[in-house]
Design a protein around this ligand. Sequence first.
Ligand SMILES: [Zn+2]
Length: 470
Amino acid sequence: MERQQYFPTIGLEIHAELKTQTKMFCDSLNNPDETRPNVNVCPVCLAHPGTLPVINKAAVRHVLRMGQAIDGVLADYSEFDRKSYFYPDIPKGYQISQYQYPLVAGGSLAGVAVTRVHLEEDTARSIHADGASLVDFNRAGIPLMELVTEPAIHDAETAGRFARELQLLLRTLEAGDANLEKGEMRIEANISVSPDEGVLGTKVEVKNLNSFRSVERAIAFEIDRQSTALRSGNLVVQETRGWDETRQCTFSQRLKEGSADYRYFPEPDLPKFVLSEQRDLLTSALPELPWNRRMRYAQSFALKDETIEYLVNAPERSILFDAVAGELGNDKKLVSLAANYLVGDLAGIQARQENGESISVDPTAFAQLIRLIASGELSSRGGKDTLELLVAQGGDPELLAREHGLLQIHDSAALAQTVAAVLAAEPKAVEEYRSGKQAALQYLVGAAMRASRGAGNPNRIQELLLEAIK
Ligand SMILES: [Zn+2]
């Protein structure tokens, strides 16, 4: 019997905490690094009676810029709504969110259509420990962006790629740090399978996806689980499932509530938005977006795809690369050499940092180093060593290389002395070369390189050796 084929459909709902000075509706600090509980709180975010929320424009601006970046439609009219539900981490008994009139509708990212992007407030954090439940309200009221995609994804890899690209975009726009492990970006996947392509099956929502890998694995797991259930004549139940990282599987959490349960209605304490009257929110231009940057690197410098990804995937790396390229006059050959040292050696030094702290290097000095390597004054070995010194102590790469005897010796007199000493010490090899053994010459070049501690230019050494042997 032929195995029944099932078509998966996936939609993502991604929440991201936005980077602002203060919270969404009050002036308590928005500091995700605060470790003391209940420090960044006030009567508004603790929902004391009689307090009123005030909209944080910086948060609105982040969402609108996100909308511009993904080519979405920015709303002419927008409003906030109350989403009512009871939970200890939500002091008001409702969350201020957006329902009918989100700030952004449509758009696309990484080839996936986006339904909407809206703004809401984060909940407090519940901590369950030692038989007690505690609530930390530092997070309550932090501005939270929610982006919902169309059910337009059909495999786990595309979902992972979308989420990674959104993280990069948030960082590029400086809208958020979006660290998954810190809960600054939270991904939920709606997954269904169907025997008919284009028809949606019963959807299951998976939460607790704390890394891009778990997003991909949980989706692959669900596609398999649901297809297997249907193949053996069972039904897929509409429910919310969690991802068990240890066992690498999803597990049932609860049956899904419908949206009607939240009793959405317009927030009476906040003004409506007529965006045409809020032009100040949209004044500054967007930075170069990741996809444009990839195209520019490919066209201007003909870099390899992996090199481009490495540089583009962290804004601080592309900023450094662009600065170095500028210092090198955007010379294709020099810039591509610089890219190799950034992707290879500098990344290697970064990876060896014990504290994981991010290393920095002055772009002007880095460009000078690349010029020294390109001109042959530094060998590739000398270049690597000089880069280590540059990262560790800064300064002028030529001076550093000179101080540490890393510059290639062009000085013929000094090299000639080294060569003469090698010839005197290796009479046997000289004899072998004279009797026609080419390998002996390479041996002598190597010996002279070692004698000059790697600073001798190998081509020049070979020339001098040949002259002396004749
Ligand atoms: Zn507050």
